[in-house]
Design a protein around this ligand. Structure first.
Ligand SMILES: NC(=O)c1ccc[n+]([C@@H]2O[C@H](COP(=O)([O-])OP(=O)(O)OC[C@H]3O[C@@H](n4cnc5c(N)ncnc54)[C@H](OP(=O)(O)O)[C@@H]3O)[C@@H](O)[C@H]2O)c1
Length: 342
């Protein structure tokens, strides 16, 4: 194995803290938020590992984060990126068991968009050999969220509604829902994606661009009685869908892809129909779910990727040196993840 250098290439953040804006996970020019730099390779402390990057994914949360619009503050000069796959090349005390393992990781000490990353050993999952580096780069955030949220739906009837169903997470939830015997009711912006989503497992696909969508949804809702709405968009259409769902329905907001702030129009639904509006954040789920349950979910996630029931669609691959000039254009492609390589 090649020696660990003292400095590395990285894509670092230009700003600290929060921005107090709500402009959504879109960028026109990555250079507004990020710059390429040579920085020292971090050293793992107790309980930490140093990972040599193979692949990192670009999720909407990464874009919210670099813009200062996420649930934790930015650190100027720190590499961006939450999630990736790589080889453990050094360990701090207590983390020796991971030495030389190929792992999927969440970057909890320094960012993933760098040649080397320091993170906590608990944030690493050793990967089965059948799992590709690209699936490894998107093995934690979306798959664990899909498992946790479809579990919420499974406890509440035979059907659930999901928005932004063409997203990577939406596709994972459609197929998981179908495999569990549920009826996923998928909302999309692009009507032409309906057939693909049905093949993946959606029982019904409704296009938000269809002017007749709400009456179609009312029919589907009366028939399938979905009681959970897993919503990554959170706009006024979401509010209308929630209002059209049966009593005891839960609107679980887990993403903010739209910059529109929805207005609540029927407060009586919360009072008289026992409906609820709530949030879901994987970080909270990880803090509140017992480790044994998390390990069971991680095992199921890897099994699904290993046997091909789940895969990561890749729209573009970018070398670290190309991230700042090319990320904004790469993100404009709709069908899959941008994957970063060293
Ligand atoms: N709370 C949590 O713990 C958690 C964890 C993981 C992910 N998430 C959230 O889950 C969502 C999906 O993540 P992902 O990685 O699967 O996304 P992704 O693969 O990058 O896909 C996002 C897709 O959403 C659609 N979209 C974008 N803006 C939209 C808008 N304003 N209205 C409707 N649809 C829109 C687009 O598809 P079309 O062009 O086909 O419409 C886009 O391709 C994100 O909001 C992310 O932040 C939350």
């Amino acid at each position: 194995m090649s020696p660990i250098p003292s400095s590395m290439s990285a894509v670092i953040q230009k700003f600290d803290g929060y921005s107090n804006t709500a402009t959504g996970p879109v960028i026109e020019n990555a250079a507004d938020w990020l710059e390429a730099a040579q920085i020292p390779v971090p050293k793992p402390g107790p309980g930490q590992v140093l990972i040599r990057l193979r692949t990192a994914s670009v999720n909407p949360s990464d874009i919210h984060f670099i813009k200062g619009e996420y649930g934790q503050p930015r650190i100027k000069g720190m590499p961006a990126g939450f999630e990736g796959c790589g080889d453990v090349v050094a360990t701090g005390t207590g983390a020796e068991a991971l030495q030389d393992q190929r792992v999927a990781f969440v970057a909890a000490g320094s960012g993933a968009w760098a040649e080397y990353i320091v993170t906590q050993a608990q944030m690493c999952i050793p990967l089965r050999p059948e799992i590709s580096d690209e699936d490894g780069a998107a093995q934690i955030v979306n798959p664990l969220t899909a498992m946790a949220m479809v579990d919420i739906a499974q406890g509440a009837g035979n059907a659930f509604v999901l928005s932004a169903a063409t997203s990577q997470l939406g596709k994972l939830m459609c197929s998981l829902g179908r495999d569990l015997g549920l009826n996923p009711i998928a909302m999309v912006r692009r009507a032409e994606t309906a057939e693909t989503l049905k093949e993946l497992g959606a029982a019904e696909v409704l296009a938000t661009t269809d002017t007749d969508m709400m009456s179609k949804f009312a029919k589907v809702s009366a028939e399938l009685k979905p009681r959970v709405f897993l919503d990554a968009v959170a706009d006024q259409i979401s509010e209308q869908v929630f209002c059209a769902m049966p009593n005891v329905a839960r609107w679980v907001c887990y993403g903010k892809l739209s910059t529109e702030l929805p207005k609540l129009t029927q407060m009586g639904q919360l009072i008289f129909m026992n409906k609820r509006i709530e949030g879901f954040w994987l970080t909270q789920w990880m803090m509140s779910t017992p480790p044994a349950d998390q390990m069971r979910v991680v095992g199921e996630v890897q099994a699904r990727f290993a046997d091909g029931r789940w895969k990561t669609d890749v729209s573009e691959r970018l070398a670290l040196k190309d991230v700042v000039p090319n990320l904004a254009t790469a993100l404009k492609k709709s069908d899959g993840k941008v994957i970063i390589t060293p």
